[in-house]
Design a protein around this ligand. Structure first.
Ligand code: NAD
Length: 491
């Protein structure tokens, strides 16, 4: 059943079934779940609500496809990925419409996501033929030692709704490049983009069973449990919250899987007195408010040095007051809705807590019931302190809290006080400070004088409770390969 269908150029990209073993299928139980448009609250359509049995079937298909797929030359797999990349770019408008429809982000952002997402197929098409082993000088006389790279096997991939295309391609790209086959659980909130990607995989000639997509509601634990407890699945790559990551890690323990976890963030964003104010404001706008603050790398705590604090607060608030909030399809809209009303409630709770403890609202601060139940005003709060909830919890919404600070040592300590460590940003013109602070921040990724750091060519990942493993870059493919050592004796 489909409702309120957006006008796609190619309607066959819109599915209400999912893709397993090269075929479009429903759940064995016949059950479906509903997906809602976050902008209007209207029903978009339904997708199969899959369970253990369906997931096991997908794992079986991936296992059956593995021997043939891993035997292809890396160049052959590279050509498939390149074709999939091209199909994504050729259908970029339709993919962007689907993303806006089910995720809510404005069309311009959705188009940006499509290029970013397709970029992982392009990048890993290039990396596939470059998975080199080593020749090693042996210590034992008469031996020759070398290593080869092999695909880890069947991979289970679990991704969130905030980048309905990019979080999936960032995992499938390197997995296929390495010669693995995959079972991907698409996010319950955004399964239609994942299905469209599967349709393009089919058209790209990816063999049946290599890419399998299991669909289920967001909180269906059964699919994840089946993937993590399966002995056939050799690796799990998860992007999502720290809470669910810890759960999946425990579930994976009995079968000792290779794991990559991209988890939650709470990014510090530091502006030193010597920063270029305009550059820092532009960086903060991009980092904090992209996708209405629903990115894992988005600035959560904005630490502004006291000498520049008032000027920054004024210039930043002016920009925020120029935002236009509404449906992502509407011309001129810069910021869309949040994913659901629970997200809005969390944002409101963080704002109320800050205000109760002395924070002063400079912009926004309220829900927007006139637009719908999923909207919250882009908000700026000054005079933030470390006691406030926002300082130690990821808000995942459009709230910028401005914390004043005096010294570099003090702000680095504050920045590193978070349990998580995904991204961190700072703005300064002092070269020595740039090195010093970049090295001192306990995060996996640092942006200096920029608020945007995502790039398929750059390693993406965190430290501390933000997880481990790296996606993109030359490192991304390593997560899907094992290094096999071979010793030849008797020389
Ligand atoms: P989430 O952890 O609730 O869900 C992520 C995925 O896990 C979804 O597909 C969901 O259906 C699935 N899931 C939920 N419960 C599960 C369970 N018990 N067993 C198996 N699977 C389960 O996260 P979310 O709310 O969808 O996404 C937002 C979070 O993701 C934020 O914390 C954000 O920082 C994080 N995130 C991290 C990165 C990164 O690269 N580090 C990127 C994007 C988002």
């Amino acid at each position: 059943m489909q409702h309120s269908v957006p006008p796609l150029n190619d309607q066959s990209l819109l599915k209400n079934e999912t893709y397993i073993n090269g075929k479009w299928v429903g759940a064995k139980s016949g059950k479906t779940f509903e997906v809602f448009d976050p902008a209007s609250g209207k029903l978009i359509g339904t997708m199969p609500e899959m369970n253990k049995e369906d997931t096991e079937e997908a794992i079986k298909a991936a296992a059956a496809a593995l021997p043939g797929f891993r035997k292809l030359t890396a160049r052959e797999r590279s050509r498939m990925l390149r074709k999939w990349y091209q199909l994504m770019m050729d259908n970029a408008d339709d993919l962007a419409r689907l993303i806006t429809w089910e995720n809510g982000k404005p069309m311009a952002d959705a188009k940006g996501e499509v290029s970013y997402a397709a970029g992982f197929f392009e990048w890993f098409a290039e990396e596939a033929p470059r998975a080199y082993g080593d020749t090693i000088a042996a210590t034992v006389p008469g031996n020759r030692v070398f290593t080869i790279k092999e695909p880890v096997g069947v991979c289970g991939l679990i991704t969130p709704w905030n980048f309905p295309a990019a979080m999936i391609t960032r995992k499938i790209g390197p997995a296929l490049a390495a010669g693995c086959t995959v079972v991907a659980k698409s996010p319950g909130e955004t399964p239609f983009t994942a299905a469209a990607l599967a349709e393009l995989a089919h058209r790209a000639g990816i063999p049946p069973g290599v890419v399998n997509i299991v669909t289920a509601m967001a909180n269906t634990a059964e699919v994840g449990e089946t993937i993590t407890s399966s002995d056939t699945v050799k690796k799990v790559s998860f992007t999502g919250s720290t809470r669910v990551g810890k759960l999946l890690m425990k579930q994976s323990a009995d079968t000792l899987k290779k794991l990559s976890f991209e988890l939650g963030g709470n990014a510090p964003f530091i502006v030193f007195d010597d920063a270029d104010l305009d550059v820092a404001v532009a960086g903060a706008i991009a980092s904090k408010f992209r996708s209405s603050g629903q990115t894992c790398v988005c600035a959560n705590r904005l630490y502004i040095q006291k000498g520049i604090y008032d000027d920054f607060a004024k210039a930043f608030t002016e920009k925020v007051n120029n935002f236009k909030v509404g449906s992502g399809y509407e011309e001129g809209v810069t910021h869309g809705p949040l994913i659901h009303d629970r997200a809005v409630d969390k944002v409101e709770a963080h704002v109320q807590d800050a205000v109760k403890q002395g924070g002063k609202v400079l912009a926004g601060g309220q829900k927007m019931p006139d637009l719908g139940s999923n909207y919250f005003q882009p908000t700026v709060i000054r005079d933030m302190t470390d006691k406030m909830q926002l300082s130690h919890e990821e808000t995942f919404g459009p709230v910028a809290g401005l914390f004043p600070f005096d010294t570099e040592a003090e702000v680095v300590k504050q920045a590193n006080s978070a349990e998580v460590g995904l991204a961190g940003y700072f703005f300064s013109k002092d070269v020595q400070r740039c090195y010093r602070v970049a090295e001192a921040l306990e995060v996996g990724m640092v942006g200096i004088n920029t608020g945007l750091i995502s790039d398929p060519a750059a390693p993406f990942g965190g430290v501390k409770h933000s997880g481990f493993g790296r996606e993109g870059s030359k490192l991304g493919i390593e997560e899907y390969m094992i290094t096999k050592m071979i010793t030849l004796g008797g020389m």
